[in-house]
Ligand binder design. Sequence first.
Ligand code: URA
Length: 430
Amino acid sequence: MVSAQSAVSVIAAKRDGDELSDDQIAWVVDAFTRGEVADYQMAALAMAIVWRGMTRREIATWTRAMIESGRRMDFTDLPRPTVDKHSTGGVGDKITLPLAPVVAACGAAVPQLSGRGLGHTGGTLDKLESIPGWRADVPVERMRAMLTDPSVGAVVCAAGADLAPADKRLYALRDVTGTVESIPLIASSIMSKKIAEGTAALVLDVKVGGGAFMKDADAARDLARTMVELGTDAGVRTVALLTDMDTPLGRTAGNALEVAESVEVLAGGGPADVVELTLTLTREMLAQAGIHDVDPADALADGRAMDRWRAMIAAQGGDPDAPLPRARHTEVITADQSGTLTRLDAMGVGLAAWRLGAGRARQGDPVQFGAGVEMHAKPGESVTAGQPLLTLHTDTPESIPAARDALRGAYVIGAEPGTDTPLVLDRIAP
Ligand code: URA
């Protein structure tokens, strides 16, 4: 039995800027998982980490301790290589939806454990749950069966309670104690789950810009490097792309709206930026999986990716042909002048979608599947005065004024064509 004084000494050491030993880290994470270190003590330690940071050794040990707090899945016996993608979160970021079936259609298996949205960024599980019948909980043996099935090959589901349970508890604490924004804590949180899920290779999509956790490219690069090192050291082939999140991805933000847009991409259409990022990330994933000489654009064009999508949705109880939920109310915001749309701020659109009901304020809150924002123009496109610019979708029309507030100043129409920001800003390899 270790006394509470041990927790105090670990907190005080980090508060004073000391480097924690491997033993201190292993003890504190294990004792927290067993309930011996109290939430308030872990919250104090998290705040000390936010302020003092961690060395690479401390981050690696912390990540290992989070993985060891639960089970580590193993898919090494599958008949095809496993590879996953993780995005640090953005607005309109529905890329997993078209990407997982495209990658599966090209010969790799995708074992993706995903999350629900919190705050202004959406969550993949919330999006998929807008498909009637679709279930996020998949037991590990069922995951294995889906990954082995040559007509499926991908599974996107919720992490079981026994996967990095220390991270689950710590993330919930960080969320309510202002301690999310820390590179050591974010990197260890994401990578403990990805390493524990048992993928052999991983491509990280680290978002940069106004709608992302990391507003600044240098901080995003540091986060990406930290995660690539953690993955590589744990034997997971890992690369990261830094991608733009100043502007929302695609033309929709909101659960069912984003599913519909993803299906358009799988049908060979869809917005150019969503198609481009899907194919870029897929090519990185296939390279990490050792699959060459396959063009993922062919799998989108010839319907193979769509077949995988339908099989993947059906395997989790969903009906790929069922109509998607639609919000009961819509309101159109029109352009007040003619010109070029020069800016469409991801944070403004994300906040508006959240306030309309697409996101949740607290874990466990329900989301409105039909709520969100539809964007009729993207930066660089011409608009004429009076044309629809944005459509707001919600079941709760009383939320519309707050959504309009979030969008004030979030779009700019100018005379000059805007400058084109590339979608992929950098690539970080081991
Ligand atoms: N996503 C996670 O899983 N953890 C973090 O700390 C931040 C984003």
